[in-house]
Ligand binder design. Sequence first.
Ligand SMILES: *Cc1c(COP(=O)(O)O)cnc(C)c1O
Length: 381
Amino acid sequence: MHLNTKLIHGGISTDPITGAVSVPIYQTSTYKQDAVGKPKGYEYSRSGNPTRFALEELIADLEGGVRGFAFASGLAGIHAVLSLFNPGDHILLGDDVYGGTFRLLAQVFEKNGLTYTTIDTSDLSNIAENVQKNTKALYLETPSNPLLKITDLKGATTLAKANNLITIVDNTFATPYFQQPLNLGADIVVHSGTKYLGGHSDVVSGLVTTNVAELAEKIGFLQNAIGAVLGPQDSWLMQRGIKTLGVRMREHQRNALKVAEFLQSHPAVAKVYYPGLNTHPGFEIAQKQMQGFSGMVSFELSAEEKTTAWVESLDLFTLGESLGGVESLVEVPAVMTHASIPKDKREEAGIKDGLVRLSVGLEDKRDLLADLSKAFEKVGL
Ligand SMILES: *Cc1c(COP(=O)(O)O)cnc(C)c1O
């Protein structure tokens, strides 16, 4: 099956009992057993629920995993994955990962004995150079957030394998529609389903999948043991969103490229970060390992002091955190999504206070460009 077909028919796309083409919402916590110790397949909805299971099968199908797992949020999924490791273990962490991922390691796992080193994974030499005897995993995002840095996944996973590291890729920005990290050597893929996969800014969720049976077994145990599972209503919303992932991603990318080109040609803009521009340092690798460049664009104004005023002058681009929904959003990472990263670490990673991140939505591109133009005029640029 091709990806566009899998989005509609992958996982469990019809109800086996009634034939309903939309998987029913099994709003139940428990299940009648045929006899003592003889459940029909489900026992308790933390351990398993048919609506959630259909979503879990779907994400595994889309990413090429052996099993999928749905969580109450992206961070809940990342928490379960990081719980694979033990006190004393060390993790190599991409230096501009999602702020919440950094916070989870720095403020929750570190006090329980997990250690980490942040590295720029877009430069592969940093991987081998920072591996320690106790390093167990490489955790990265590509394209990264918010600088859209590209890491060569084949190169990185080859190095990780040579050092016996588990590679974990946060594929939230690309989605399986544009990039399948497991096929490029990664072991575990995590998603904030809240973003492009859900796609409509109406559900918070996390998805995890792996193509290693032993890891799937362990993650399944942790999902049930920790218990931050996705409810049946939200699991249904996620499946509804994923059916249109292809058409949405193609359009997000078309609009994003127009926005990136517009910004790049604007005299008041100092720098544009979009992996679909041939001026982007990761353009060639992105072309090789991705089937599209997604809808996220970041940039810096030359007049950094006007950043706040510029952002507040927009109307169609809604000021807010999150990304990947049908509506365009704008945010300033240093004071919003990435405020939980200390300033010195942020600057080390190249995230300046004046960086602006756009999630380009599905509105008509003429209206989006007009909104951007108006903001420049309003602040006198
Ligand atoms: C939002 C986000 C997360 C966290 O997901 P939640 O659903 O908000 O918990 C993780 N990684 C990336 C890249 C994100 O954008």
